[in-house]
Design a protein around this ligand. Structure first.
Ligand code: PHE
Length: 507
């Protein structure tokens, strides 16, 4: 069975692929903006608690059920905890497809910024069709470049480039993924280390690091900081979307998953740490002030800083190019895993070929990516998101990101903790592990994690009471989007899981 599904050629291949999945936009773009939004030092304590209480144990569960069953997420859950657990597995796969769609849209914009480094990104005289940016600038402005990019059809083309690359890497499964991550993942580290050295050696760079690491005990009492840290940890470690189980299912059954989970989490969090230092040092050197949006820090604040790094134009251009190249490759090693989760689940259940499964996943998701990059301007004054695509992306992200990962985490810990029995998984993990997990593992899976996740989910829901997300912005004739998108996501993902769970399955 497992040979037919494909295998990693080496343990290193698996570690590179799983850490490549974990390290992505989450570590560079979202982490820095979260840490900034929640006040630098205030973010760290909740973040580390999230790593040990939630991230590591759930990664052990997701890796563990993959090697234990040799199957992708929904079927692994079915084998261990019954059909109802399978339903949640498919729901997570459905949500992963929504996330894939907009994740790749962001990569399309990053690609546009990368190309722009050798075009007009670092040149004066650019304008964008939004009220504040109509007159051409006197000096280079990454913000104006970005908004201008958003208002063109170029990103739609770039999306097809990114989708093409993804499908090329995925065409043979584990073996072709392994070939790509062997090049991309080390490269990503080299660039990030280069960036951090540059940031720290600039005058004032260290102040950013101080801001990031000085603990702020007042901020910690704010519930939203905890919510932010827990969701960030889940996303960053690629949990709750079936990804890690799919990757683990290509490992031999005697793989040491306790050790692998520690290694992958360590690699992910160290990368995030270094990325935080690099971005915050640049931020402080140029005393830049990022505005509200999540993308602003990486997409226009950092390039603005890079613009001032050197008076020699080609150095600026090269540096800008490398920064976005880094984001693109880090993103691609994650997006392939986002696509592999659904594709492998469908191959397992429907017994279809890889090519067919990839097609079934790619077509709707690529349509979604195109929707998220539609350049139609709906808010010229930029009070909201500007283009139709960005509004679709923002509202989808709000619902899918905030709820699906954590709900899946909640259900999987309950299913494994209570239906299969946490102790059974613990024994299975311990059998091949150098480190033995103690009884505390059972307590975490059965009680602590469900309680923590339920609290976070309920508090997020409670926060929704102040008004429907996105409804406070005037979207003109698209004012129906804020209620349509969450209903659409729920209806589609739930019927998708209903259909696939009830599809007859022959082993
Ligand atoms: N972990 C990835 C990142 O940080 C995103 C991701 C989430 C990938 C879930 C796969 C599954 O960007």
């Amino acid at each position: 069975m497992s040979t037919k599904r494909g295998n990693w050629n080496s343990k290193l291949g698996f570690i590179l692929a799983a850490s490549g999945s974990a390290i992505g936009l989450g570590n560079i773009v979202f982490f820095s903006s979260n840490a900034y939004q929640y006040g630098g030092g205030a973010f760290y304590l909740p973040y580390f608690i999230a790593l040990f209480v939630l991230g590591l144990p759930i990664m052990m569960v997701e890796f563990g059920i993959g090697t234990l069953t040799g199957k992708s997420f929904p079927l692994a859950l079915r084998e261990l905890a019954g059909k109802r657990a399978e339903f949640v597995g498919w729901w997570s796969i459905g949500s992963a497809m929504f996330i894939t769609a907009y994740y790749i849209a962001i990569l399309g914009w990053a690609f546009g910024m990368m190309v722009g480094a050798f075009g007009s990104l670092f040149e004066p005289g650019i304008s964008a069709p939004f009220t504040p940016f109509e007159t051409p600038t006197d000096s280079p402005s990454a913000m104006v470049y970005f908004f201008n990019l958003l208002a063109t059809w170029w990103p739609v083309l770039f999306i097809f480039v990114i989708w093409g690359l993804n499908l090329l890497i995925l065409r043979k499964g584990a073996s072709s993924i392994e070939k790509a991550v062997r090049i991309f993942v080390p490269l990503m580290w080299v660039f990030m280390i280069g960036l951090v050295i540059r940031g720290l050696t600039l005058d004032g760079g260290f102040d950013g690091v101080m801001y990031l690491f000085t603990p702020d005990f007042e901020g910690i009492s704010d519930a939203s900081v905890w919510r932010g840290a827990f969701s960030q940890m889940f996303f960053s470690l690629s949990l709750g979307l079936g990804t890690m189980t799919a990757y683990a299912s290509y490992l031999p059954r005697d793989a040491d998953q306790v050790n692998n989970s520690m290694l992958v989490s360590f690699l992910n969090c160290s990368f995030e740490f270094i990325a935080g230092i690099a971005i915050f040092s640049l931020l402080f050197v140029f005393t830049l002030n990022p505005a509200g949006s999540t993308l602003s820090l990486s997409f226009f604040v950092i390039p603005q800083g890079i613009n001032e790094l050197s008076t020699i134009p080609w150095i600026t251009r090269l540096f800008g190019f490398l920064f976005f190249f880094l984001i693109v490759i880090a993103g691609i090693t994650s997006s392939i895993s986002l696509i592999e989760g659904p594709a492998s689940a469908m191959m397992d259940k429907l017994k279809i070929t890889r090519k067919k499964a990839l097609t079934i996943v790619a077509i709707p998701c690529a349509i979604g990516s195109v929707l998220c990059t539609l350049p139609i301007i709906i808010d010229k004054g930029l009070a909201g998101n500007g283009t139709l695509g960005l509004s679709i992306l923002d509202i989808t992200d709000h619902w899918v990101f905030s709820y699906s990962l954590l709900i899946v985490g909640l259900v999987e810990s309950l299913a494994i903790g209570w239906i299969l029995g946490a102790d059974k998984l613990r024994m299975a993990l311990n059998q091949h592990s150098k480190w033995n997990l103690g009884k505390w593992f059972n307590t975490l899976i059965k009680f602590v994690i469900p309680i923590v996740l339920l609290t976070v989910i309920l508090s997020s829901l409670w926060n929704e009471r102040t008004g429907l997300y996105g409804a406070n912005v005037d979207l003109g004739s698209f004012n129906w989007l804020p209620w349509f998108i969450p209903i659409f996501w729920l209806a589609v993902s739930l019927s998708f899981s209903f259909y696939l769970t009830n599809k007859p399955y022959k082993k």
